[in-house]
Design a protein around this ligand. Structure first.
Ligand code: G4P
Length: 528
């Protein structure tokens, strides 16, 4: 066993933040980076957020890759830990991208707006975390405003997200009456001062809640805190590290990101409790991060970072061994040896060339259209990591070429964009057209713009009456053949040649599922 590798592993924490837009993810990210010394100034991360709701703005922002890329993966050090924070697109139309990013983390931080409780986007993201039992730490934000009662928020989380809550801190009042939090884990009281840009918040050690200092500091709210904590002792789940690591319990913290309150506490608990890089499944076996042979997989591809070079960067999560610049590895899907000479590591403000990197780290590899999402790179044996989901699209468009001579370019463009995960495409068994499928409609605009600028394709969309797509399989080959014959007009192949049923309505889909019990209708497909 390689002692150096183990040491490097133990200090790595790779995570993503899940939240509904506006809960405070960007603000929290910024404060975390301030603590990590990765940025010097508030406002640096926020700048990229502007105009997130308009397509045109989104495209402009995406063109300014300098900003968007450096914030896709942010690496910083804190208390001797190497923390990799993977950003997830805020706009729900790009949620598929978010799902994939979540396959590359070892844990997640969930941000909840105390006034809103659990919101839809959080529920969706949580489903993904549950698929992999990702450990989740929770930060309830905006305590400086009036919100739901803390116990109601916890009940909401437990009810909607089906995860046990273990409050490690507890708020003292909220809104105008917000006085701070009592950390039950450390027996420390943290007093709130609004507008705190300060990095250090000293806690006050209170080992016994009967301590009269509490009354001096909190007046009548001291008794409220005593009652709350007593209630919690009886009613709340005690924190269990094992349950957190299994993904069945979430430790909960309260604070106010904008006031930088509760953030350091959260970060301290995070580096202490969150898992270091974990073993990952491949089609053949589990790969332990301590294995000395290098392995990793691409979970995100970002195109046109430098439009002049038609450059793409594949973000690769290292799963085992050590990366060294210039190493030769096997790219399993295409069965070729490739040299990883030009890898980049992402810091919050800067990209730097990397000489070596370890499991949990994310490296960016220049890609000229040969790397697809989910591709595995490995040193010795041919491995293929699993667990990168592809979601059944909810929106559909037919692509029609304005210039029929560009058919070849269209196929090339769609194939590459599908490989990147920017959009999905289907070829109906009848006819000769392409149906594009997306999880969010903005993906269509981006696809069309990219087809034009990168592949010179002049095309347009036409509406189609599809409401759902499901990948279909069956152990019963006869039934599958029968199904294919009966539903020929509603079937298509996806970009990987997998059979897909395109339903014109959800009602029809339900009907087909009832009618064909031997056929399995899959909502997700793994890219392997
Ligand atoms: P997001 O990335 O999850 O979408 O959220 P973001 O951090 O951008 O925060 C959304 C809004 O919530 C922002 O206000 C932000 O200032 C505010 N916010 C974040 N944390 C707190 C908090 O602890 N308390 C309060 N009261 N507000 C908070 P905005 O008006 O949309 O933007 P801005 O004008 O402040 O930039």
């Amino acid at each position: 066993m390689d002692g150096h590798l183990i040491k490097e592993l133990q200090k790595r924490r790779t995570f993503g933040i899940i939240s509904h837009p506006d809960a405070g993810k960007t603000t929290l990210t910024e404060k975390l980076l301030l603590f990590g010394g990765a940025i010097q100034m508030a406002g640096a991360v926020k700048a990229k957020r502007a105009g997130r709701y308009a397509t045109s703005d989104w495209m402009t922002i995406e063109k300014e890759r300098g900003i968007s890329v450096t914030t896709s993966v942010m690496k910083f050090t804190y208390n001797g830990f190497e923390v990799n924070l993977l950003d997830t697109p805020g706009h729900q139309d790009f949620s598929e991208d978010t799902y994939r990013v979540l396959t590359a983390v070892d844990s997640a931080l969930m941000v909840i707006d105390s006034a809103k409780g659990v919101e839809p986007q959080t529920e969706k993201l949580m489903e993904v975390c549950r698929m992999r039992n990702t450990p989740i730490m929770t930060f309830i934000n905006k305590l400086d405003r009036d919100g739901m009662a803390p116990l109601d928020i916890l009940a909401d989380i437990e009810d909607k997200l089906q995860i046990e809550c273990a409050p490690l801190s507890w708020p003292i009042g909220m809104g105008k009456r917000f006085r701070g939090v009592y950390n039950r884990h450390q027996n420390q009281l943290y007093l709130f001062t609004p507008g705190g840009e300060t990095r250090h918040q000293e806690g006050i050690l209170i080992t016994d809640l009967a301590d009269p200092r509490l009354d001096e500091m909190l007046d009548s709210q001291a008794d409220e805190l005593r009652e709350d904590v007593e209630l919690l002792e009886g009613a709340a789940n005690p924190f269990e590290l094992e349950a957190y690591l299994k993904g069945s319990q979430t430790p909960v913290f309260f604070g106010s990101a904008i006031n930088n309150f509760g953030v350091r506490e959260l970060l301290d608990a995070f580096v202490e409790m969150a898992p270091s890089p974990q073993a990952r499944p491949t089609t053949t076996r589990l790969v332990d991060p301590q294995e000395t042979a290098f392995s990793g997989f691409a979970f995100k591809i970002q195109a046109n970072m430098d439009p002049a070079h038609r450059d793409r960067i594949a973000f690769v999560r290292i799963c085992s061994g050590k990366f060294t610049r210039g190493m030769k590895v096997l790219q399993t899907r295409i069965g070729k040896q490739v040299t990883l000479s030009n890898a980049t590591i992402f810091m919050a403000q800067d990209r730097t060339h990397v000489e070596e990197a370890y499991p949990g780290d994310i490296i960016g590899i220049h890609n000229h259209g040969t790397i697809g999402i989910g591709d595995t790179f490995c040193e010795k044996e041919a491995l293929s990591f699993t667990g990168i989901p592809n979601f059944a699209p909810d929106h559909f468009r037919r692509v029609q070429l304005n210039n029929p001579l560009k058919a070849k370019q269209l196929l090339k463009g769609l194939t590459q964009l599908a490989e990147e995960g920017a959009v999905q495409f289907f070829r109906p068994l009848t006819g000769n057209s392409y149906i594009l499928g997306a999880v969010g409609v903005l993906q269509f605009d981006v696809t069309m713009a990219r087809l034009k600028s990168e592949y010179g394709v002049d095309a347009r969309y036409e509406p189609v009456s599809f409401a759902a797509a499901r990948w279909v399989t069956s152990e019963d080959r006869k039934q599958l053949a029968h199904f294919e014959k009966e539903k020929y007009a509603s079937l298509a192949h996806d970009s990987h040649g997998k059979l897909t049923y395109l339903a014109s309505s959800l009602w029809r889909l339900d009907n087909a599922m009832e009618e064909w019990p031997a056929i399995r209708f899959h909502k997700t497909r793994e890219l392997i």
